[in-house]
Design a protein around this ligand. Structure first.
Ligand SMILES: Nc1ncnc2c1ncn2[C@@H]1O[C@H](COP(=O)(O)OP(=O)(O)O)[C@@H](O)[C@H]1O
Ligand SMILES: [Mg+2]
Length: 365
């Protein structure tokens, strides 16, 4: 076995509303890659994707990672001016495994996974299918429903439908879901564009706000429930493994953007204090949720738990969950007995095994 360190390409930032969180997640991953035995196993090269989707090599990326915040205007050379991916920055040809620590659109949605699949290079996380289905709440819910997994009643709608006949849509939503209900753009994350409606006026305003951000919408019956989360890893040629459960507790009506990202407005309880039977049900369901969308590598599966009735509904799957030092995903694994350093090592090992070149069985799902 060669003693040459594996060269890991750590990618962060991204043209997504979760750009800043991605930088913080990457800082946690970078420190884990330098810690203990990982320090000699891995050589890390950083790549930064700015908010316009342009890629920058280690010179810019290292500075962004060190400051922990998005690149300011003066920090990026003026060219190339064109937004989007226009080829790899220098240094990319030496990468053995890519680690796209990207949340939300343009990174957690199958796009970058498609690029690496075409290139036949290993990368950490779900492939095109799992990432794309996990990202889009309409597709995700359809996959969960097809697998017979419990979800709160919901309806998919489109911005076009809303424009063409708002009265019909509102009548249908009121009849099938009632109030309160939640209106969500299908493809954003971080609670962006989501609203809770308690009456017709709120519903109309919520639909318009969501439709301005995404042509695909999901509307759900609002439930009063605790919010539980489970971390999953593995998949591909290995079994999927579920962590202990965590609970998100917050002092707000629902877990909106401000509550999620303001210090002190929410906290996590690990392990979640729920009956053992509920924990087991959620862990089994978390694995089924990953199988339903074809997710692998790492995922966080989120639930609503109605304590009074004992009902447990799947809320969503995140195929590249938050990975900051305060994030549920690494904390759940630490509480399950897998320290951050080992977790990151296992994720990279998994990627190398699953995303094999086509002639050896094809890249992972
Ligand atoms: N059907 C629902 N009933 C009650 N609360 C909900 C419902 N849907 C969403 N919420 C609240 O909104 C938050 C964000 O919704 P979620 O679907 O998880 O979106 P995101 O992908 O942006 O995290 C949830 O964590 C929860 O607090
Ligand atoms: Mg959520």
């Amino acid at each position: 076995m060669s003693t040459t360190p594996t060269r890991v390409g750590l990618i962060f930032g991204g043209a997504s509303g979760e750009h800043a969180v991605s930088i913080r997640s990457a800082a946690t991953v970078a420190s884990a890659l330098a810690a203990g035995g990982n320090g000699s196993r891995y050589g890390v090269s950083c790549f930064y994707i700015d908010t316009q989707g342009r890629w920058w090599g280690p010179e810019v990326a290292d500075a962004v990672l060190a400051q922990g915040t998005p690149a300011g205007p003066g920090q990026l050379p003026s060219s190339p001016a064109k937004p989007g991916f226009s080829g790899f920055p220098a240094g990319a040809e030496a990468i053995d495994v890519w680690l796209p620590v990207l949340h939300g659109p343009n990174g957690e949605d199958g796009t970058i996974q498609g690029l690496f699949t075409l290139m036949q290079v290993p990368f950490v996380g779900s492939g095109v299918l799992g990432s794309a289905v996990g990202m889009d709440k309409q597709a995700m819910k359809a996959a969960f429903a097809a697998a017979g997994l419990p979800q709160v009643p919901y309806i998919c709608a489109s911005a076009r439908e809303l424009r063409a006949n708002p009265t019909d849509l509102i009548t249908k939503l009121e009849a099938l879901l009632g109030y309160p209900c939640f209106i969500k753009p299908a493809n954003l994350g971080s609670s962006v564009g989501i609203s809770k409606a308690s009456d017709r006026q709120g519903l109309m305003a919520g639909l318009e706000a969501a439709a301005a951000l995404d042509p695909r919408l999901v509307i759900e019956r609002g439930v009063t429930a605790r919010e539980l989360e489970c971390a999953v890893r593995g998949g591909g040629h290995q079994p999927l493994l579920a962590s202990v459960l965590g609970e998100i507790c917050f002092d707000a009506d629902w877990y909106d953007y401000d509550t999620k990202y303001s210090d002190g407005k929410s906290h996590t309880v690990i392990p979640a204090v729920v009956p053992a039977e509920v924990t087991e049900r959620a862990r089994t369901m978390a694995i089924q949720a990953c199988e339903a969308v074809g997710a692998m590598g790492l995922s966080r599966v989120d639930f609503f738990y109605a304590e009074a009735s004992g009902e447990l509904w799947l809320n969503e799957i995140n195929t590249f969950p938050g990975f900051t030092s305060q994030s549920m995903y690494p904390m759940l694994w630490a509480a399950t007995g897998l320290p951050l350093e080992t977790l990151v090592h296992e994720l990279i090992e998994g990627a190398r095994e699953w995303h094999k070149p086509a002639e050896k069985g094809g890249p992972g799902a």
